[in-house]
Design a protein around this ligand. Structure first.
Ligand SMILES: *Cc1c(COP(=O)(O)O)cnc(C)c1O
Length: 391
């Protein structure tokens, strides 16, 4: 059962029906600007927190932001046109030219790409990588000019979990800001701001949207000054606000998120246990399994698990491609968090160096990542059974 306040945030918070002709569902405010009665009221717009222009804010976007801020127990949420727009806004807000960043090794790959292709060569930022495990090692990586620690927990290849509270405490003691990608858990199953994290991020494109029909991202903070910096300088001037239609779809997605993730979790648990007992499967990576090497930490900081997991076969990595090609219900695709089941071999083209960077072995090249959708565990197991048999 989800928390009462979370259920109310999802269903009702932030919605004032009397403002929109008592329509039960808030409309898509599909307007680029708002108009004023007089030049005097236009001049007073900032004092009155008036809506002015769509690149700055939009009423539909604000409803979404209010709901997600409440779910994450933050004071402010800011929605962006993608998860990557949100993530880069966080880095731009916290770092300056020459700053040092500590980044977990298995964060979402495009984060490492934007560090390598932009922040390092263009902004003179330096980066140290951390495996997310040893807190003493994290502390030792902190330098004079360390501005930010980038975390993701659980990360989405082998589902490494980091001690969120421990990392946040170390960062705070050194005046370093912390950022976490909280997408896997959704705002329901993990509340990083309550554990001391400064900025929590979600892509809306996964479970919050939930229907594989939008791209969007959101940052949540508990410090108003930092929130205002992100809003007034980064989002308004770089111009990466979420569109109103996407915000409306994200609100619609949110309305059933607590029901969906519960179902994804239930299905994924059954599928993970099935795979763990399959004679052709070497290892299953899922945060819900008792066999997860960090099960104790997971129990301390997560209240649930969603539908994403990985597994490795006992046979050579190339076999994984055959298994995925043989799947009929699981479609081949790179995202997750929607109604549909998906499969992929995300590491198949990784070089030995790239695998070693992630502390993975040659055999992990054949890692199969699956997202358990809403088709039901019986359907998914039947599909996995035939794929593992035929391939
Ligand atoms: C998809 C994803 C992102 C990026 O989100 P976009 O909306 O595609 O930019 C970031 N983090 C994780 C964990 C993701 O899965």
């Amino acid at each position: 059962m989800q928390k009462r306040d979370d259920r109310l945030a999802i269903t009702h918070l932030g919605e004032e029906q009397s403002k929109y002709l008592n329509a039960v569902v808030p409309p898509v405010f599909m307007n680029s600007l708002h108009i004023f009665d007089s030049m005097e009221s236009y001049a007073a717009r900032e004092d009155e927190h008036a809506y002015v222009y769509g690149r700055v804010t939009n009423p539909t976007v604000q409803i979404l932001e209010e709901k997600v801020a409440a779910l994450e127990e933050g004071c402010m949420a800011l929605a962006f046109s993608s998860g990557m727009a949100a993530a880069s806004a966080a880095i731009l807000a916290v770092c300056r030219a020459g700053s040092h960043i500590i980044c977990m090794r298995d964060v979402y790959q495009p984060i490492k790409n934007i560090l390598n292709r932009y922040f390092i060569p263009r902004m003179g930022i330096t980066v140290s990588y951390w495996d997310g495990l040893d807190l003493n090692e994290l502390e030792a990586l902190i330098q004079e000019d360390t501005a930010m620690i980038l975390l993701e927990s659980p990360a989405t290849f082998v589902f490494t979990v980091t001690d969120i509270k421990g990392a946040a405490e170390i960062a705070k003691a050194h005046g370093v800001k912390t950022y976490i990608d909280n997408t896997f858990c959704t705002p329901l199953y993990q509340k990083p701001l309550t554990m001391g994290i400064d900025i929590s991020m979600h892509t809306l494109s996964k479970y919050i949207g939930g229907h594989s029909d939008i791209i969007g991202g959101i940052l949540i903070v508990k410090d108003e000054e930092l929130g205002k910096l992100i809003q007034d300088t980064i989002r308004e001037l770089f111009g990466g606000i979420l569109g109103p239609m996407e915000a409306w779809l994200a609100i619609r997605g949110l309305r059933t998120m607590h029901l969906r993730v519960e179902q994804h979790q239930q299905t994924a648990m059954i599928v993970a246990e099935y795979l763990e007992n399959h004679p052709k499967v070497e290892r299953v990576y899922y945060t819900g399994l008792k066999s997860h090497p960090q099960a104790e930490l997971i129990a301390r900081q997560q209240t649930g698990h969603t539908g994403l997991m990985s597994f490795v076969l006992k046979s050579e990595p190339e076999k994984a491609i055959k298994v995925v090609n043989q799947m009929k219900v699981f479609e081949i695709g790179c995202s997750w968090g929607g109604f549909e089941s998906l499969a992929l071999c995300p590491l198949i083209h990784y070089s030995s160096e790239e695998l070693a960077f992630l502390n993975l072995k040659e055999r992990d090249k054949g890692l199969i990542r699956i997202h358990c959708g809403l088709e039901g565990a019986d359907v998914l197991i039947e599909d996995l059974e035939q794929a593992l048999r035929e391939a």
